[in-house]
Design a protein around this ligand. Sequence first.
Ligand code: HEC
Length: 304
Amino acid sequence: MKTTKLMERIKSIIKNLSSKYLLLPLLLFSAPLAAQTENSSGVSPTTAFYVVVVLLIVVAILVMLLAVSLLSLLKAIVNKGMSPEKKASLEKEPSWFAKTWMKWNDLKPLEEEQDILLDHDYDGIKELDNHLPPWWKALFYLSVVYAVIYLLVFHVFKTSPLQEEEYEIAMALAEATKSQKEETLVIDFDESNVPFADDAEALADGKKFFEAQCGMCHKADGGGLAGPNLTDDYWRHGGSMTNIYNTIKNGVPNTAMIAWESKLNPIRLQNVASYVKSLRGTNPPGALPPDGELYVEESNSKEQ
Ligand code: HEC
């Protein structure tokens, strides 16, 4: 009879454990795992680190719960052999949980702090022997756990790279993509035959560069400031795609218009020149008056 009762108790504990506590860690788990599967090209070391952290915390929680359940089971077994008086006296005592909870909350409220002031008095500064609030202690213990995991991951098992290595990996990766790009990039034009880049991406790239680097002299809208207006039909050095590309690439000697060749790769140069060309007729407010010679667009000459 006794053993069947015991078995029932074990069963109920297992049931309790699995229904209440297993669901939460499972939910916790599913988030990083789902994030992982999305990125099939490989998990970043940081993701791996956090997955390990979550895993370890979940395992720690499970072990704790299991330990508590086993303890209560043990208590039940021990209680069985006890006299009723002993049992009654034990039952009066608060449970392990209650005791722990009380211990965590033994912080004295502000009104009662008078009672726990120590005798020390340093120039009017007195020492208080109060306990820390439970949330603070919880954070402290969690950070200790985190530190141990961090140490293991980064310095013992070295499963994740440290900052410096991470930097080197990123640089190597960038270098690899760069050289790969350069290999596939064929520049089949120069100033004599540069075509107008009319796709939105190229023009957006040109616009971004123009506003950041050329706007200070030509104004962000191209209306002209220290440098001439780039939105009208009058050009000092010609308004064709070839002319504009050439002016930007080689600059105008002895003026503030420097040669941009060393700062821009040919594609970006083409994008900027195309953007400048696309400004024609935008008529921004406050633009400088026409300057230079009238450039008449040849038919279909954006291509020129
Ligand atoms: C430090 C000021 C300055 C900056 C920055 C500058 N420019 Fe100029 N730009 C000038 C000046 C000044 C001229 C006129 C040169 C001359 O006297 O012929 C000029 C001329 C030009 C012309 C020829 C205009 C014409 O009438 O033929 C173009 C095109 C041009 N700039 C494009 C650009 C682009 C694109 C950038 C950015 C990559 C840029 N500029 C950056 C000062 C500047």
